[in-house]
Design a protein around this ligand. Structure first.
Ligand code: FAD
Ligand code: NAI
Length: 465
């Protein structure tokens, strides 16, 4: 039987980063992955293909609708099969890249479904049904998550799709109803809207993107509405009937009242994701997932000795960089080092136009905690680079402690904010004051000056607006 220092179940961002770090630290490591490629949800059907389509559809929209104002005359014609092919090519290159990194770091990829089979044992069932066993000093569960179902709305990946289906539709829908105004619904809804679909988003709550600062969410909804996306808030879908050509949904007001029927040629169900622990054999080591199916951990240790868990299958934001952060910290802890990950400083980004990015606490969270705060704000309409590029929608908001000036949260909506939020994470990790950001030189002309100006605004000395 093969013996390892660490056997990792799942080859997504949690699993592959754990394996690479283990290899770097001289630990003998293997990853058991049941899918045909490495990279998990993120590389195969998540972050990467969605960003490929977001980029391509943004280019299409620019060519179709915005080139003229720049003095460029172009005729934009969609070639959907080529758009899908370039997405698949990029995904293929990325998953191959992980295989290369495994070889470089002497990590074994064991193909098949892994199952805990008592302390220190993992049983692997290969695609052809053959069984093998691995012995491990440490087992890391990184089995990820899957789309949450909604009773009455059966996903068939033909007319009613989840995010995986929505990444590979065979045509641009004439009409698309998205159930759930969360990150997936708005990113993938944006893709198909830009390519020409009429998109209506049905959301249970009376606002979009729960968890996002409410002021930002309002501006975000306004921007998406201007792009032609329609919103039906405070509404719940209670049934769906798919035919070969379209879908009919029953929708009811959450507050009660008459149900109505909505029809579209495709429906995207995006009401959240749930941890994936099916067939993992958790009971063989005495692990009981919590009420919602998450594996509970304390510094990545589960309740079973020698068994660890990271990424989407554990509590916290379901994000690739959170899984990666935990992967490194978990393996460093296993190797006897001081593994560290601060879940309070995991940034969130929505890759739409405008982009939204934030880290730390929202105004609503600070109010709920009874915590005083000061606000500095700066609009992109006053940022010279944004103005020159005709990307003036949005603002940056810095929240700081009134006594110490420590930055408590940064919330941005606007151009390239996905690239600006890392600076805020760094600042907050070093417990920066807003004045630290305000007094650090930022290059001109860049959108990052909007962050500096917002930080200046905390003490009321914004200079450009
Ligand atoms: P996963 O990536 O889900 O990997 C788990 C792996 O374990 C899978 O490959 C699975 O096949 C394997 N597995 C499960 N059980 C077993 C078993 N018993 N044996 C063997 N293998 C097993 N996050 C971001 O940070 N940024 C984004 O832009 C972003 N975009 C997204 C877009 C979409 C459409 C979706 C769906 C998700 C997106 N996410 C994004 C979330 C991100 O994909 C996840 O947070 C991330 O993949 C979690 O990593 P993980 O390693 O915990 O799990
Ligand atoms: P989500 O949790 O972001 O949003 C789900 C939305 O559906 C919420 O607004 C919720 O109120 C709504 N909802 C729930 N039940 C409903 C119902 N019955 N009817 C109508 N609306 C309902 O989940 P989503 O969008 O599915 O994404 C899952 C996860 O994937 C996210 O939490 C995120 O962590 C990750 N992700 C991250 C991305 C990024 O970082 N850019 C991109 C895509 C996904």
């Amino acid at each position: 039987m093969a013996t390892y220092d660490v056997v990792i179940i799942g080859g997504g961002p949690g699993g592959y980063n754990a394996a690479i770090r283990a290899g770097q630290l001289g630990l003998k490591a293997a990853v058991v992955e049941k899918g045909p490629t490495l990279g998990g949800t993120c590389l195969n059907v998540g972050c990467m293909p969605s960003k490929a389509l977001l980029h391509a559809s943004e280019m299409f929209d620019a060519a179709a609708n915005h080139f003229a104002e720049l003095g460029i005359e172009a005729v934009a014609k969609l070639n959907l099969p080529q758009m899908m092919k370039q997405k698949a090519d990029s995904v293929g290159a990325l998953t191959k890249g992980i295989e290369f990194l495994f070889k470089k770091n002497k990590v074994d990829w064991i193909k098949g479904a892994g199952k805990l089979a008592g302390p220190g044992r993992v049983e692997v069932t290969a695609a052809n049904g053959s069984l093998s066993s691995l012995e491990a000093k440490n087992i890391v569960i990184a089995s990820g998550s899957e789309p949450s179902p909604l009773p009455g709305v059966a996903v068939d990946q033909q007319r009613i799709v989840d995010s995986t289906g929505a990444l590979s539709l065979p045509e641009v829908p004439k009409s698309l109803i998205v159930i759930g105004a969360g990150v997936i619904g708005l990113e993938l809804g944006s893709v198909w809207r830009r390519l020409g679909a009429e998109v209506t988003v049905v959301e249970f709550l009376d606002r979009i993107t729960p968890g996002m600062d409410a002021e930002v969410a309002k501006t975000f909804q306004r921007a998406l509405t201007k792009q032609g996306m329609a919103f039906k808030l405070a509404s719940k879908v209670t049934g769906a009937l798919a035919s070969e050509t379209d879908v009919s949904l029953t929708v009811e007001p959450v507050a009660g009242g008459a149900a109505e029927t909505m029809a579209a040629d495709y429906v995207l169900l995006a009401v959240g994701r749930r941890p994936f622990t099916e067939g993992l054999g958790l009971d063989s080591v005495g692990i009981m997932p919590d009420r919602r199916g998450f594996i509970e951990t304390d510094h990545w240790k589960t309740s079973a000795p020698g068994v660890w868990a990271i990424g989407d299958v554990t509590l916290g934001p379901m994000l690739a960089h959170k899984a990666e952060e935990e992967a490194v910290a978990c393996i460093e802890t296993i190797a006897g080092k001081a593994g560290h990950a601060d879940l309070r400083l995991i940034p969130s980004v929505v890759y739409t136009v405008p982009e939204v990015a934030w880290v730390g606490q929202t105004e609503e969270e600070l109010k709920a905690a009874g915590r005083a705060y000061k606000v500095g704000k700066f609009p992109f309409s006053a940022n010279s680079r944004a103005k020159i590029n005709h990307e003036t929608e949005g603002f940056v908001k810095v929240l700081a402690d009134p006594a110490t000036d420590e930055v408590l949260g940064v919330h941005m909506i606007g151009p390239s904010v996905s690239e600006m939020i890392g600076e805020c994470c760094l600042a907050m990790a070093f417990k920066a004051a807003s004045e630290d950001i305000a007094r650090i030189c930022h290059p001109h002309p860049t959108r990052s000056e909007a962050l500096r100006q917002a930080a200046m605004g905390v003490e009321g000395w914004t200079m450009q607006a």
